[in-house]
Every structure is written in C-alpha cells, then in structure tokens.
Ligand binder design. Structure first.
Ligand SMILES: NC(=O)c1ccc[n+]([C@@H]2O[C@H](COP(=O)([O-])OP(=O)(O)OC[C@H]3O[C@@H](n4cnc5c(N)ncnc54)[C@H](OP(=O)(O)O)[C@@H]3O)[C@@H](O)[C@H]2O)c1
Length: 341
C-alpha cells in the first residue's frame, strides 16, 4: 500500500554516484558528487551498500532511450541497503531492504549511487537467511530466474524430461541452471563459451550444447520433441528452436532478447503439441508476490552455487564491466560494491 507522496527531504547529504551524461550524442560516465536533495520524491531513503550489473543497466549506461529517456542519469536497477529515513508506516530507519525493478535505474536514479529515494511499495524487507551482499549476487537476474522457475513448475515436473537453458553462463541463465538442478530437473545448457563448460557442469548442467549449433536456422515448422521445458534468455532463433522442440504440453519461459527481439515461426507447436510460451517480467512482477519469492530465495531456493557465480567489482570498474556484458562476455553475476556502511 502506498501512502501520500510527501517530500521527506529531512537531511541533505552529499554522496557519490556513477552518472551517465549525454554529450553531443555520446554517453560519458563518471563518478560525481550529488545531493540527496536532488533525488526524486518517495517515502523511503536508502543508503545503498550493494548493487549489481544487469544487461538493462548496460543499455541505460550507453544511451538506450527505450530504457532511459533523460540524462544525466544514475543507472542501477538493483539496490540493497539500509533505510535512513522513512515516512512509510511499513518501514523504519535501520531496516535492511532490497529494491529491484519498477522504474529504479531506468528513469529514477538507481543503485549505482550511494543513496536512492523510492516509493515504499518498491521495497522488500531483506528476508532472514539472506545478507545484503547475497541479495545482490542474486539481484534482478536471479529474481528473474526464480520467477521463471516458479511459472515453469506450474506446467513442467522434473520427471517430464529435460529443461533447456539458453544464455547459460549469463546472469539469468547461471542462476536458472542452479535452481533447476537443485529442484531435481535435468538440464541442457546452451552456451557460446566453450571454455566455461566446466563451470556449467559445476552448476548442474546435465548436457551442454554450443550456441552456434543450437541457433542454426531451422525452416521446418516443428522438430523432434526433445525437451519438457525451457528457460530462454536470448530470444530469436534459440527461442524458436525450443518452441519447435518441446514435447507435447511442454513450456518455455521468455525473458530476454540478447540475440533478437524477433520470433519467426508458425503456430504449429502450439496447436499440434499444445506447448506454452510464458512471458516473464521481473520489472512488473506484482508487489504482493515479491516478498514471497525473496523469502524462497533465502531458504529452500537459496542458490547452492551462489558463491561460485559472482565477481565483485567497485563502482570505478563499471565502465569496463558494462562493455563486457554488452559483448556477451560476462560470466554469472557481477556484484557492485557501493558503500561500506
Ligand atoms: N524480462 C525480464 O524481467 C528480465 C529480467 C532480467 C533480464 N532480462 C533480460 O534477459 C537477458 C539476459 O539477461 P542477463 O542478465 O542474463 O544477461 P547476461 O548476463 O549478459 O547473459 C546473457 C548471456 O546470453 C548469451 N549471449 C550473449 N550474446 C548472445 C547472442 N548474440 N546470441 C545468443 N546468446 C548470447 C551469453 O551466454 P553464453 O555465452 O553462455 O551463451 C551471455 O552471457 C537480457 O536480454 C536481459 O535484458 C529480462
């Protein structure tokens, strides 16, 4: 529930943020000193300890107007930290919280700054069983993997057959592989990084297929039925090939478009095999369901390989990491240290 958006500018604090500016058509990033007075209105002011790097942050930081319309801007769709001021009856100063999705880091100053101010209904209390750091190793990518699995388990059981995961070494893919394996699913990882096959095996992949092989264009409208389910993070040919290769009543979730936003196929897999395509939107996942997912991620779905899937960087390392994620070169999750206290 949202209470009135009264301005809570009680204290004015200077803070450091990774800011992107538009200069003559180029997008230039630097660390700047900002003032909490300039943050948008909202019920809760949070001192950010950790953020994480997601693909969308890289788009925001490089001038993708579909993500961020106005610059200068502080990206960061993820933030975990401690409330310093709150006019919400649901939160108090000192509460440890997670903020992901909604407009954070898109057109609202995001987690790459030491402070964020947001509406109370964007906030989830850090569940017992998860530290702030662990919550940001999971971040939006891990949350997306979790809601993908939640939706998939409505239609596909571990005994139904194999589940294929694309973009397997990426943020969503690596957490999805881990969660599927710990929930008893046989998985087929699709990856373009041959050197990371041992990493994928470590996360629980039963089989690995090269991205090049998997993304071959198939003119046939339907292929031999091989998979009970899929978690697709890349779109395009990969998603088409999964849909065409699902067993009767199989299902695949779609969350990403790293490869392509297009789907060029017939309706045959849907009307002949009764397969389902499940759309995933972490950004707009309902507020009343979010805390439940985070609690699951802190307990029975806490990723077993959490400590092996991340790399920690400082705010100063962001430009290089942003280029790497855009080039599809990052492995697993990238945790961003924002402030020490
Ligand atoms: N809808 C939502 O709610 C939601 C939430 C989070 C993320 N997303 C989207 O999901 C996608 C993945 O996010 P992420 O955080 O996992 O990104 P990521 O960490 O960059 O992972 C993407 C992975 O895709 C593979 N890849 C890279 N370039 C590719 C290409 N040209 N064709 C096919 N595969 C390619 C790579 O894995 P391999 O080398 O192993 O193949 C890469 O590691 C992005 O599009 C992101 O915006 C959507």
């Amino acid at each position: 529930m949202r209470v009135g958006l009264k301005n809570i500018k009680i204290r004015f604090m200077q803070y450091k943020a990774f800011v992107v500016e538009e200069k003559g058509g180029d997008y230039i990033s630097s660390i700047k000193m900002l003032d909490t007075n300039d943050l948008p209105q909202g019920e809760v002011l949070v001192k950010v300890r950790y953020s994480s790097l997601n693909y969308k942050d890289a788009l925001s930081a490089t001038g993708n107007k579909g993500v961020t319309k106005n610059y200068p801007h502080t990206p960061g769709i993820d933030a975990a930290g401690v409330i310093v001021e709150s006019i919400s009856p649901f939160y108090n100063a000192g509460d440890e919280v997670i903020v992901t999705g909604y407009d954070l880091g898109m057109n609202t100053a995001g987690g790459f700054g030491e402070y964020i101010r947001v509406p109370a209904d964007w906030v989830v209390k850090l569940p017992v069983g998860l530290s702030l750091k662990e919550s940001m190793i999971i971040g939006t990518a891990g949350f997306t993997a979790a809601i993908s699995l939640l939706r998939l388990t409505e239609l596909v059981n571990p005994t139904d057959g194999k589940v294929v995961v694309t973009g397997a070494t990426g943020g969503v893919g690596s957490v999805a592989l881990t969660l599927l394996a710990q929930n008893g699913y046989q998985t087929v990882a699709v990856s373009g990084k041959e050197a990371e096959y041992p990493f994928l095996k470590q996360l629980g992949a039963t089989e690995i297929i090269s991205r090049k092989q998997f993304q071959q264009i198939e003119k046939r409208p339907i292929l031999s039925a091989q998979y009970a389910g899929g978690v697709d993070t890349v779109g395009g040919t990969a998603l088409e090939n999964i849909l065409k290769s699902l067993q009767p009543l199989g299902a695949v979730t779609t969350c990403g478009s790293v490869s392509s936003t297009q789907l060029n196929m017939t309706v045959f897999p849907f009307i002949l095999r009764g397969v389902s395509l499940i759309g995933i939107s972490a950004q707009n996942y309902p507020t009343y369901l979010r805390a439940g997912v985070w609690t699951k991620l802190a307990n029975e779905w806490k990723p077993t390989h959490l400590m092996e899937i991340y790399n920690e960087i400082d705010r100063d390392d962001l430009p290089q990491a942003i280029q790497s994620i855009l080039n599809g070169k990052l492995k697993g999750r990238t945790l961003v240290k924002i402030s020490l206290s």
